[in-house]
Design a binder for this molecule. Structure first.
Ligand SMILES: C[S@@+](CC[C@H](N)C(=O)[O-])C[C@H]1O[C@@H](n2cnc3c(N)ncnc32)[C@H](O)[C@@H]1O
Length: 343
């Protein structure tokens, strides 16, 4: 059995191997961090017992199914409903503020059910909250009201033109659907309580066909639903006791509110839409510094002026943010500055 430390990356075979993988899987490997790619290659090499790149390269040539296996192991589809749930609370708050409502005006509860939270607080968590206390500037949560009038969301709600009736939201990448369905549940709950709630459209895309198929099925296990509050669980899931534990099926009404697309976002986006809110969480971490800038331009071009970009908790645009301004450093929310011409 080969161990990770035994693997040698013979440089002669690195480029041909990458070239072969790019051609056969269609993955745009140029975008990803070298360390990330190497880790994925090594994990496959261990599986098929190859100690050198040369032997893995030959293995790939001789075993056509290995290409698909590499693709599957390359995509890390980990996601959960309401991942970093405070981000979703902020998202809900932004909608309510744009409608001049307060949290107390509607019935909603995003606080995860404590009975299902088995994760123990780590040292890192408590350090983060201490830093937040010591260094409030770094983790400043901007009052949403300060930027509200600059958002395209606000403009569309209060001054919609014919072509701009819908609030467009894009979840990219969406993995198995947990993120876009979390968004859909929040908006559906608001829509049911608020007269004349704006129309919205949720697009969700991912490179991984299997993940998109799982998303369309909408059946989840206990782990991926552990941050769902009792309120949302009762309202939008059918819980069933199977032999191996509970399953949670998302209800049809929520399923119908999300349009799923299979695509490699580094190669473009299939709709012609521009968005008011883009959730792009936990994808940038896989990209190299060089390509992050290019990628942030792809997102920026899809945002309306005043549109919001939400990154993962550990992600940042750093030096290449251009006209994207960080407005909530705790929840990693950026706004695209620009001319908000009202037509
Ligand atoms: C860790 S998940 C993040 C899911 C979700 N946004 C969240 O925060 O839970 C990363 C996803 O990125 C997808 N992915 C990786 N490269 C991609 C690409 N070039 N285009 C679209 N999706 C990609 C993977 O298939 C995987 O489902």
């Amino acid at each position: 059995m080969i161990r990770i430390d035994d693997i040698r990356f013979d440089s002669d075979y690195y480029e041909p191997l990458i070239h072969f993988l790019m051609n056969s899987t269609g993955l745009n490997l140029d975008y990803y961090r070298k360390k990330f790619i190497e880790k994925r290659i090594k994990s496959r090499m261990i599986r098929v017992n190859c100690g050198t790149l040369e032997s893995y390269y030959n293995y790939l040539l001789e075993n056509s199914s290995e290409t698909n296996k590499f693709f599957d192991c390359f995509n890390i589809n980990y996601s959960v409903f309401f991942r970093n749930w405070e981000v979703f609370r902020q998202f809900e708050k932004i909608f309510l503020s744009a409608l001049y409502l307060k949290n107390g005006d509607i019935i909603s509860d995003l606080t995860p059910n404590p009975e299902r939270q088995y994760r123990v607080r780590t040292k890192k968590d408590s350090m983060n909250s201490q830093n937040r206390y010591k260094n409030p500037k770094k983790f400043r949560k901007h009052s949403i009201n300060q930027i509200l009038y600059q958002t395209s969301l606000y403009r569309k709600i209060w001054n919609p033109s014919e072509s701009e009736r819908h609030i467009n939201i894009w979840s990219c990448p969406c993995a198995n659907g947990e993120e876009p369905y979390s968004i859909a549940m929040i908006l559906d709950n608001l829509k049911n309580q608020i007269p004349k709630f704006p129309q919205f459209r949720i697009i969700a895309s991912d490179i991984d066909r299997e993940a998109i198929n799982r998303a369309k099925k909408g059946i989840y296990n206990e782990d991926s639903t552990k941050s769902v509050s009792k309120f949302y669980e009762n309202k939008y899931f059918n819980k069933e006791n199977e032999n191996f534990g509970y399953t949670y099926s998302i209800n049809k009404q929520i399923k119908n509110q999300v349009e799923f697309i299979e695509e490699d976002v580094t190669r473009g986006h299939q709709t012609s839409l521009t968005y008011d809110i883009i959730f792009c969480r936990y994808l940038l971490i896989y990209f190299s510094r060089r390509t992050r800038k290019e990628f942030s331009n792809i997102l920026r071009n899809r945002l309306n002026p005043g549109g919001l970009l939400i990154l993962g908790k550990t992600e940042a645009l750093n030096n290449f943010q251009g006209d994207l301004k960080l407005i909530d450093s705790y929840n990693r929310i950026y706004i695209k500055e620009g001319d908000l011409n009202i037509n």
